[in-house]
Design a protein around this ligand. Structure first.
Ligand SMILES: Cc1cc2ncn([C@H]3O[C@H](COP(=O)(O)O)[C@@H](O)[C@H]3O)c2cc1C
Ligand SMILES: O=C(O)c1cccnc1
Length: 339
């Protein structure tokens, strides 16, 4: 099913996004207050349980179906020498995902997530954002829909990741266009660029910001001009999740940048997202601040693929286990305090 028939349908869906279930939030909070522990003593685990209750619409949310989606795409801007790796690596890594040999294969299995890989026209790199739009309208819509279609109805927690050599460059451009600042503020070392490589990246992002200035009039247009197929697919999947009230664990710099145009237009967009981690990519912390999200972890990871989100899934499981399985003061006949 095509969720977004056209540009207007995408923008309408964004404007009409639902909020969490207030009744389930109230019920989960009331339950938390009854559990055999001092109020607040499980810290953020309590907030995670209440967050999950609100988006799942259940006093005791569950985590039987965790879905991981990894989207892959290639980028015209790679020709400017903005990555430490050659573009062939994108397709080679897609083959590695299929063979089960990538980090996300191991980490998705370790956290009990159901992993799917969606490769998007790898033989057809996007336009070079420094001097042309990444995609035409049909291409951008197709990528948004590829993301949306991949989200299963029964998913109880979603995370998305990406593979696309050079994609920290469009990610930096998207973040700069959404939240302002200099190109250099948003450019890091990606896969391990040296100083000259970072300088080429900054120049590419500066050129992109100048070329597309004034034309990025809505989130669709920003994604179309400055994004990429895997980036638009991530945004489409995370919007589709929101439309179905499915909570999202947000991965690293590129996944976060994919929703920057949506969040810049509608700051409530990130309400259904938990930031899994703060990537070692220099600008990720600042980007999360703009998105209004506090990362759960900071492990020095800078891989993408959804790897940081996978590592945070056990925290959500722990939060829901405590919330769902603990006894109340009444059940355990423990005296409740005044706090
Ligand atoms: C072998 C390999 C596996 C990866 N898995 C994710 N990335 C990550 O690195 C890329 C972004 O960094 P840059 O913009 O510097 O190219 C993306 O593909 C991202 O997913 C990888 C990169 C490599 C080389
Ligand atoms: O934070 C990320 O997602 C990231 C950082 C560097 C390279 N690839 C991905």
């Amino acid at each position: 099913m095509t969720l977004f028939e056209n540009r207007a349908a995408f923008l309408d869906a964004l404007a009409a996004m639902p909020g969490p279930d207030a009744g389930a939030i109230a019920a989960a909070r009331a339950r938390q207050a009854q559990l055999t522990k001092p109020s607040g003593s499980l810290g953020r685990l309590e907030e995670i349980a209440v967050f999950m209750a609100g988006w799942q619409g259940a006093e005791r949310p569950r985590l039987d179906v965790v879905q991981a989606l990894v989207f892959a795409g290639n980028h015209g801007v790679a020709a400017r020498g903005v990555s430490a790796f050659p573009v062939e690596v994108t397709a080679q890594m897609v083959a590695n995902f299929a063979g089960g040999g990538a980090a996300i294969n191991a980490l998705a299995a370790a956290c009990g997530a159901d992993l799917s890989i969606v490769a998007l026209d790898l033989d057809r790199p996007t336009g070079d954002i420094a001097c042309e739009p990444a995609m035409d309208e049909a291409d951008c819509l197709a990528a948004l829909n590829a993301g949306a279609q991949a989200v299963k109805e029964e998913t109880q927690l979603l995370f998305v990741g990406e593979m696309g050599i050079a994609n920290t460059t469009p990610a930096a451009a998207l973040a700069a266009m959404a939240f302002g600042g200099e190109a250099a503020d948003w450019c890091g070392r990606g896969t391990g660029l040296d100083a000259a490589g970072v300088a080429r990246k900054v120049a590419a992002v500066e050129a992109a910001l100048a070329f597309h200035a004034g034309a990025c009039t809505d989130p669709f247009e920003t994604l179309r001009r400055l994004g990429g197929r895997e980036i638009a697919a991530m945004a489409g999947a995370m919007l589709a999740a929101r439309m179905r009230r499915i909570p999202v664990l947000l991965d690293g710099f590129i996944a976060s940048a994919s929703i920057a145009p949506l969040a810049a237009a509608f700051s409530a967009f990130t309400d259904h997202c938990l930031a899994a981690h703060r990537s070692a990519e220099a600008a990720h912390g600042r980007l999360l601040e703009h998105l209004g999200l506090e990362p759960l972890l900071a492990l020095g990871m800078r891989l993408g693929e959804g790897s940081g989100a996978a590592v945070a899934v056990p925290l959500v499981r722990a939060a829901l286990a405590a919330h769902g399985e603990m006894a109340t003061f009444a059940e355990a006949e423990v005296a409740a305090g005044s706090a």
